[in-house]
Design a protein around this ligand. Sequence first.
Ligand code: ADP
Ligand code: MG
Length: 691
Amino acid sequence: MTDLADLEVQVLKGVGASLAQRLAKLGIVSLQDLLFHLPHRYEDRTRVRPIGSLNVGDTAVVEGQVLVCEMVLGRRRSLQVTIRDDTGFLVLRFFHFNAAQKRHLEESTRIRCFGEIRPGRAGLEFYHPEYELEPKPLGAPGTETLTPVYPLTEGIQQPRLRTLCYQALDWLQRYPVREWLPDWLLQQYQLPPINDALRLVHVPPASANTVQLMDGQHPAQQRLVMEELLAHHLSLLHLRQQVRSMRALPLKRPGPLAEAFLEQLPFTLTGAQRRVADEIATDLGQPLPMLRLVQGDVGSGKTVIAALASLQAVHSGAQVALMAPTEILAEQHWQNFQQWFAPLGIEMAWLSGKVKGRTRQSTLAAIEGGQAQVIIGTHAIFQDDVRFDRLALAIIDEQHRFGVHQRLALRDKGHAGGLVPHQLIMTATPIPRTLAMSAYADLDTSVIDELPPGRKPIETIAVPDSRRAEILQRVRSACSEGRQAYWVCTLIEESETLQAQAAEAAALELAAALPELTVGLVHGRLKAAEKADIMARFKAGAVDVLVATTVIEVGVDVPDASLIIIENPERLGLAQLHQLRGRVGRGHAASFCVLLFHPPLSQNGKARLQVLRDSQDGFTIAEKDLEIRGPGEVLGTRQTGLLQFRIAEFERDQGWIEEIREQAPKLMDDAVRVEALIRRWLGDRVRYGDV
Ligand code: ADP
Ligand code: MG
């Protein structure tokens, strides 16, 4: 039977090679792709607005008599069409037009058009409205329907896409697409069949509930939403299944080695740390690759968890790779691990992008030869020329800076003897439950839900930057009592150079204002050795105030610092601010966080700073961040691809997530179905690669 997935869009009237190419940019190659290119919203064009009632910015349908149609020359040549109704005049302006179009407009008496009102040369104008000449009256049977609006690409307009969809729907009539959702599932949620749903969303009948459609709540939409979310979830389960079908080296519990390690720590593990460490140790003992995500709030003590897991690999005669997203963080792990592991006689290697030449060669040799047991560094560890002898465990700290691809690349590193490494992923900040369920469905999760004892709450205040002098005094008095402070500069620009300049300027200002204090500076443009040096001096107490860019955002640990000033906090996300604030409150002194904002704050900006003042709980803050900024921001920019949906919207549709998590495993047995759903909704997006 003909499958619309096998029919290319070129079978449609009016689609030649060039349009086919433009459609391909939207991921539309087959008729099935076209039908699954879904409207992301609707416009209500069922009511004609009187011209006299229009304001700039309105999108509206207008109907009138064509008065004049003339070419005007000016800065840009344009075709100007003046129309009128009983309430006023309106100009339609076209910068691109052809002779036929001009003739048709001239010959017409009535026009109905749709567009956005702008201020123009001749008063209110429509630029390039969609229009219909000699229109049938609205309100005639079958005309009162919503107009779908599709996501577009350059060179394709809405009306064109709509007519293509009409044609594709004719094909659908003859060759329905396969229903991949089982009957019991459709019945349980009372969802309409796929072909009905597709037809309805592309051409809503006059009888359809418009309020539901506008809100994305129509059963036909929800049916497609469900299928899309399900397809995404299945793709992650599929990925997991593929990894779990491979073998991993089972690692022995490190008994005495772990005891020796724990004994030299100046503290004992919290109950939550012990529980999570045990969950990991159990996984690592299996001959299947572990896929585990550890979530814990800032300062919950994830690093020792990573160390314990590493010992299990070392104890089994295998290698561990620990990766952090920034050089500073990796460097800090390097120092911690050296301090912990050197006395135990464990061999370690350091690898970052900045390790070059001969040092790099000998490091690579030690990794490949197996002399290096614990390898710590940045994503440089993912590079092709890094080969391991016996990589049994990969630990990724602060996961959401890494993409899924990088995780996949890692899996390929261990292939020696057909074994793949266990994976331990640690997030920087908690991820709200629903979000974690959809973005990390391929991972098991452990939560460290307890902070080490003795943490003092951090008092957080928001102060306008007009009171900067007062805050400088506060830094002075804190440091005169032997405490230390962070001063964090933020910039919207991604440019490291600009960030560095801003931090340099702040450091000079602070040094001038507080001459009796030692001011240090750290930013992304410094060499690794310089960064390490300044961090070490800060840690040792030789630097009183550390001026930094957001490079210190994650993981940096200096217990004596008890004051942090964050400039322009309104520019950062809540999770990021929470991370920054977590740099203090780690020692015994009472700690403070000053959010030095630049007024005026937006409503939203105020609400966000308020959340931070009210709560110190990373999980609560993450939920609020999700509400205020959406999933892409919470997961970090590199992960946004994870949740790019065609019709589903995370906030609106999160109610489905728990349901899908429950139902999806029941569908996993049918490999044909799973693959068809993934292909239908995710196409050949590289994300899942070939396993
Ligand atoms: P994060 O979870 O943010 O990565 P870290 O692993 O950096 O946290 O730990 C934060 C600080 O807490 C470190 O100084 C660490 O030594 C300390 N720490 C970790 N576990 C405990 C514990 N059980 N008791 C006391 N301090 C601890
Ligand atoms: Mg950490």
